[in-house]
Design a protein around this ligand. Structure first.
Ligand SMILES: [Fe+2]
Length: 282
């Protein structure tokens, strides 16, 4: 693999494999569909990693970022809630790391609280759009017993990246740049996420990912040329309506396929001049 973070012994790969193999995102209910399942988590981890590469995180922040991205939606019981899943996901992550002092995410006991803060913050609306709210952050640090004084800026940076990475996966809803209201750069927090090339990358990943899911699970579905994400949304909904509200149990995409797709798309983008103009590190 030409990208170091995709190497088999990298922290990204270890965390990615661990969450992909886990049961945290397996459950489906009428209220909780595929929008926030492992595919979303895998993409948010990838976008987090790419943003982090461009924002100079230290090694500890990287581990915390990847673990937080991995668990950020683990407490969801609905695709739409009022943000309750922030605290619930933080609790699930906390329990997991307390019970597993040795873990593939390499989170140490004194880092658990920071992972929880980042997860809890991901559902909070910034008071000033595009800026992590320091007051709320300080409160969360107290809630999760984090001694914030020395590390506040680092914790804020990790939280900002998770929120931006999560937002970048909203590009899954369409192939059209113009309709991605939720990706208004003014609402994003990091300079990297605001770059056109990372948005383009996110769209490509989303389209390719949706293509895999379609081929594996809806081989007979009519696919509108060029918009896999929309077609997938339609076919999932259609299946549910025709089956009394029960969702189709989809096959997961094997992790090695996901990783090689990431690598292919990164490679194709790296070859384009746009990345250089935009000064995005891939
Ligand atoms: Fe999410």
């Amino acid at each position: 693999m030409p990208f170091q973070f995709l190497d088999s012994n990298s922290q990204f790969t270890k965390s990615f494999n661990a969450i992909s193999k886990s049961d945290f995102y397996k459950g489906l209910t009428p209220e909780l569909g595929y929008q926030h399942k492992i595919g979303h988590i895998q993409k948010v981890m990838l976008f987090s990693q790419i943003i982090a590469l461009n924002e100079n995180l230290d090694e500890g922040q990287m581990r915390i970022l990847l673990a937080s991205a991995a668990f950020h939606d683990s407490g969801r019981t609905k695709d739409r809630d009022n943000g309750e899943h922030g605290v619930l996901s933080a609790e699930i992550a906390g329990n997991y790391f307390k019970e597993n002092p040795t873990n593939p995410y390499e989170i140490k006991q004194d880092e658990i609280g920071i992972v929880q803060v980042a997860i809890a913050y991901h559902v909070i609306n910034d008071t000033i759009p595009g800026e992590v709210d320091e007051k709320i952050m300080l409160k969360l640090c107290r809630d999760y017993s984090v001694n914030e004084t020395e590390d506040l800026e680092k914790i804020k940076q990790v939280s900002a990246i998770i929120k931006d990475a999560d937002a970048l996966d909203r590009a899954r809803f369409s192939s059209k740049l113009s309709s991605r209201n939720s990706l208004d750069p003014k609402l994003l927090r990091t300079e990297t996420a605001k770059k056109n090339s990372i948005m383009e990358f996110a769209m490509k990943i989303n389209q390719a990912y949706a293509g895999y899911v379609l081929r594996e699970n809806y081989p007979n579905g009519l696919i509108e040329q060029g918009d896999n994400a929309k077609a997938l949304q339609f076919l999932r909904h259609d299946y549910k309506v025709k089956n009394g509200g029960v969702r189709k149990v989809e096959k997961d995409i094997p992790v090695r396929f996901v990783m090689s797709m990431f690598s292919e798309i990164l490679k194709s983008l790296r070859e384009k001049e746009k990345i250089e103009e935009d000064e995005l590190e891939l």
